[in-house]
Design a protein around this ligand. Structure first.
Ligand SMILES: Cc1cc2nc3c(=O)[nH]c(=O)nc-3n(C[C@H](O)[C@H](O)[C@H](O)COP(=O)(O)OP(=O)(O)OC[C@H]3O[C@@H](n4cnc5c(N)ncnc54)[C@H](O)[C@@H]3O)c2cc1C
Length: 496
């Protein structure tokens, strides 16, 4: 008889693990609390508009393809990648904007329009970070750290030192770049994993460098088409996805995970249990017996560091806006205050934000002549009890954001062209997907919460219990979570 793997949650981590295990001969059943699959990588459809709920920046395209290759499936039968160029359009107050392209000639033109000193500095920064990225990718992102000796050995520690992560992104970038606007466009990208560029390790400068050197991609139909593709492969390989099933407990017998329990549904038993639900939530709510919690008792969970959250406005517009690119950043003068506020419990006074406009290159996401626009602002997570996400807060923040957008040349009349408008708050992240503390990216990937120090893929205390997703090794982001499923399945197979 084939082994049955029970997966809690149908986020990117759960779905990709299912594909890999099915291709290795496991039976797989996924139990998802929501009515739709995909977790945070979800979508919101309101005809004639289709919005990606959260994730939109597709980096490291080959990691997305690898899941399909692993299962011997041709990804081209399921997915269509479209190159995004320019990768970013960055707007600043006083009508300044720069386009950043992966084409070196266009890029140099943009940089030289800022200054030749910054142009040279940018190239030096690229080469410095690229070197660190190669080390980090080979030695940390693609390796699991289940045992102390996996990390604490001379070779790995020497490689860790070579990544020189002890400075902050802010310190590293400002060593090479003088122009404050250019700096801000690089700092902002460290926020993609929910850490402050002024506090977090400089290793996250590799995000803008990966965008620059490997490019950004869009999937036809939006990021959710990746979820739909994984769903089709799972069904084709004989896996089952059961939605509307909230797991309330992981069943443990003699120190071994044996199944799952839901208040109103029947218990399910299997050979191994994998939780894709956010790791701290899993430890807090799904493991009932404290003797199994060890490093992750409620008090210890409270002492961990968590990423910030996001507030999103979805606008369905009845007019095309040529000034917008696919990925746009608006970086305000008081950018540092904005960032600090997201990590100290305050809402931005004059927000900086990211605007995603997929309809620039993808007509399948809209049925009229218009645009779908996601506006994303970094805000505090729910561990700060300073903000109540009610209609008043939402209206206040929404008005500030629209007021700022309307000052951008070419976007002045946006408000009068809105056909559809809705929001997504930290509270929604918590209520919909059990994202612990309503964070956007789970446990913060600080130095003391990465590699061996991040929660492991295999439970240290319960046999046959595994974890996959943003809050475990290697960390947050769709492509990194896809790597997490690869490392997890290696671990499961090696335990056989
Ligand atoms: C606003 C925002 C923007 C982002 N932008 C990007 C981006 O541009 N590019 C990028 O690469 N990444 C981005 N990310 C990060 C990326 O979306 C996440 O890292 C990734 O989707 C997380 O996947 P996951 O598998 O860890 O878990 P999740 O998506 O959290 O999935 C967990 C699943 O478990 C389910 N679940 C929870 N509890 C239970 C239970 N008790 N019973 C049953 N099911 C349960 C949940 O409903 C959910 O479906 C963004 C995230 C946010 C929030």
């Amino acid at each position: 008889m084939k082994n049955l793997a029970i997966i809690i949650g149908s986020g990117i981590g759960g779905l990709s693990t299912a594909v890999r295990l099915l291709s290795k001969g496991y039976n797989v059943e996924i139990y998802e609390k929501e009515k739709t699959i995909g977790g945070r990588t979800n979508q919101r459809v309101h005809s004639p508009f289709t919005f990606d709920l959260t994730a939109s920046l597709l980096m490291n395209r080959e990691i997305y393809e690898e899941v399909f290759n692993y299962a011997n499936v041709n990804y081209e039968d399921y997915l269509e990648f479209i190159k995004v160029d320019p990768t970013y359009r960055c707007f600043y107050p006083n009508d300044i904007h720069y386009d950043f392209s992966t084409d070196l000639v266009s890029l140099i033109k943009t940089l030289e329009s800022i200054s030749s000193k910054d142009s040279i500095g940018y190239m030096k920064l690229l080469s410095e970070i690229y070197e660190r990225y190669v080390i980090a990718n080979e030695n940390f992102l693609q390796k699991s750290f289940e045992n102390k000796l996996d990390f604490f050995n001379a070779s790995t520690l020497a490689k860790a030192l070579k990544t020189k992560t002890f400075s902050t992104s802010h310190e590293l970038i400002s060593n090479y770049i003088n122009d404050e606007n250019l700096r801000k466009s690089l700092y902002y990208q460290a926020l993609y994993v929910g850490v402050s560029p002024y506090e977090g390790p400089s290793i996250y400068t590799l995000i803008p460098v990966v965008c620059q050197l490997y490019g950004l991609w869009h999937l036809k139909g939006g990021m959710y088409s990746y979820v739909k593709a994984l769903e089709k492969v799972i069904s084709h390989l004989g896996g089952k996805i059961i939605t509307d099933y909230t797991v309330d407990e992981i069943l443990i017998s003699n120190g071994r995970a044996v199944g799952i329990k839901s208040k109103n549904k029947k218990e399910i038993f299997g050979d191994l249990v994998i939780s894709n639900a956010d790791f701290p939530y899993t430890m807090d709510k799904l493991i009932k017996n404290d003797i199994y919690k060890e490093k992750y008792t409620p008090i210890k969970l409270n002492n961990l560091k968590y990423s910030c959250s996001t507030f999103i406005i979805y606008l369905g517009l009845k007019k095309k806006y040529p000034i917008l690119s696919v990925h746009n950043l608006f970086l305000n003068d008081n950018f540092k205050e904005n960032v600090d506020f997201a990590f100290t419990g305050h809402l931005p006074t004059e927000p900086s934000f990211y605007m995603y406009c997929p309809t620039k290159i993808d007509s399948t996401m809209i049925e009229i002549q218009g645009e779908c626009l996601n506006i994303v602002v970094r805000v505090p997570n729910l561990f700060f009890h300073t903000i109540t996400w009610d209609d008043t807060t939402i209206k206040l923040l929404r008005d500030k954001i629209l007021y700022t957008i309307e000052k951008i040349n070419g976007l002045e009349d946006i408000e009068s062209n809105i056909l559809y408008e809705s929001y997504f708050t930290p509270k929604d992240l918590k209520d919909s997907f059990n994202s612990y503390g309503g964070t956007a990216f789970g446990l913060s990937p600080t130095l003391t919460q990465t590699n061996y120090f991040r929660p492991h893929l295999k439970s240290d205390t319960i046999k046959n219990l595994y974890f996959v997703g943003s809050s475990v090794h290697p960390g947050p982001g769709v492509s990194i979570v896809l790597l997490s499923s690869k490392l997890l399945v290696q671990e499961i197979l090696s335990n056989l």
